[in-house]
Design a protein around this ligand. Structure first.
Ligand SMILES: Cc1ncc(COP(=O)(O)O)c(C=O)c1O
Length: 439
């Protein structure tokens, strides 16, 4: 991909002296030839340090909901840090401004607390659930992702699993440094599998603090819970006095103003948000029912929550501006329309080559799967032609369309994508698939 990328190569060489793998986040390392170094971003485009501009469907793994360098958001941040200040370790009225905006869009939120990343929001929600229920176990779903903290850094090894075997995939850690005992309180089940859910509650019901789930798996090709499964999750939690935590770090303020919960009409006890809440500024939150959130207190068994950078002015001014735009304009309707058009365009290309394909999840973050039926869980994903997808994606990148070359990462749409040249995109997609098939 980086055939004529002398600046990128020089940047990586320098960075190798300074950071493991030469990057600040291991997932940014795409190998010696393909690691991307940018010089600027604007709207729905990014430009690398060798001057190639890409239309970006990766948009930083989802947070850029409006577009890069959106003046409506950036000006609000500049105003806050110029006229108020960045951080004080005290409260301001901005805290409640943002919570009230969230509450006006998300009926599942009665009280909320802030965090700086999705990881931190999940840690806060899980601790609050345990504090409230006085139980330990958390049920998670295969293929879900909840951040980089030890307890959720266990995954089903579907990559090395034989889809024709009767066995479940092994559960492995994300790598070194994760103590084996951090798995002790986690139980993993396949998505949309009612029997597995019943079995887990039959075995551990009185110690299950919460089910923690991405209702639409933004880290697994947007494979989504069915309506019936979401209802089952709600019902089984209620029947067992467990809490339902919906991790809406990717779906929140993206798939609808009220997130996935608005689409399903099923509401969580606790919800986590990050990403789209601040159009890319580092802000996150968790919240839910007041009686649950009020477990956060100085009582002897109260839950502790806080942090130096929590609710800093940069984060909250960005969140207030972004949420105001999402609430008061038709940005999300535009995003959905553009996402639908792009899926139609991709379908035309795949049909031209007689490639079986389907799309998973909502139009604002759709997964592309090369197979005949929409996967219902992570194990089904293994039956799709992810290798052809990766070859196609690598060719798209070479031709100026940036995305993650792994079909487990959806295509993310932002408001600024409405300006792209769809005819150009279709041409590039056609060429990229033709070349992938040739190879
Ligand atoms: C659903 C979900 N939860 C949690 C996280 C962790 O968020 P962060 O990377 O901001 O820590 C992510 C990140 O992609 C996510 O997609």
């Amino acid at each position: 991909m980086t055939i004529n990328k002398p600046n990128s190569k020089a940047m990586l060489k320098r960075a190798h002296e300074n950071m493991p793998l030469g990057v600040a986040d291991s997932y940014r390392y795409w190998g010696e030839e393909n690691t991307v170094f940018l010089s600027s971003m604007k709207g729905c485009t990014i430009t690398d340090c060798d001057g190639q501009t890409f239309v970006d469907f990766r948009i930083a793994y989802g947070p850029v909901i409006l577009g890069y360098r959106d003046q409506r958001i950036d000006n609000a941040v500049i105003d806050a840090i110029t006229n108020v200040g960045a951080i004080s370790g005290f409260s301001t009225g901005l805290d409640s401004d943002v919570v009230e905006l969230v509450k006006s869009m998300c009926p599942n939120i009665e009280k909320m607390r802030f965090a700086n990343s999705g990881t931190e929001a999940v840690i806060g929600a899980v601790r609050t659930a345990r504090g409230y229920t006085k139980r330990n176990k958390i049920v998670v779903v295969e293929g879900g992702f909840h951040g980089l903290h030890d307890e959720v850094m266990w995954k089903s090894d579907v990559d090395n699993w034989d889809a024709d075997s009767e066995q479940s995939p092994d559960i492995i850690s994300f790598g070194g440094g994760i103590p084996a005992n951090t798995r002790a309180n986690q139980v993993s089940i396949p998505l949309n599998d009612f029997a597995a859910l019943d079995a887990v509650f039959a075995q551990y019901g009185d110690d299950i603090a919460a089910i923690l789930i991405e209702p639409i798996m933004g880290n697994c090709g947007s494979i989504a819970s069915t309506q019936e499964y979401m209802q089952k999750l709600r019902d089984i939690c209620d029947a067992n006095n467990s809490l339902l935590i919906l991790d809406e770090v990717k779906t929140g303020f993206r798939v609808a103003k009220g997130g996935a919960q608005e689409l399903y009409g099923i509401y969580a006890d606790l919800t986590t948000y990050a990403k789209a809440i601040g159009n890319g500024y580092p802000v996150a939150a968790f919240g839910g029912k007041a009686k649950v959130m009020d477990t956060i207190s100085f009582a002897s068994d109260g839950v502790t929550h806080g942090g130096t950078y929590t609710a800093n002015m940069i984060a909250l001014s960005a969140a207030k501006a972004t949420l105001t735009v999402l609430k008061e304009t038709d940005a999300l309707a535009t995003i959905n329309r553009v996402g639908k058009d792009i899926q139609a365009l991709l379908s035309r290309v795949f049909n031209k080559f007689n490639i079986e394909h389907c799309f998973a999840g909502p139009d604002s973050m759709f997964g592309v799967h090369l197979g005949s039926t929409v996967p219902q869980n992570y194990r089904d994903w293994k039956r799709t032609d992810s290798e052809l997808y990766t070859a196609f994606a690598m060719n798209l990148i070479e031709n100026g369309v940036m995305l993650e070359p792994d079909s487990r990462e959806p295509w993310f749409i932002c408001e600024a994508h409405q300006t792209i040249d769809f005819a150009w995109l279709e041409q590039v997609a056609e060429k990229s698939m033709a070349d992938a098939l040739k190879a």
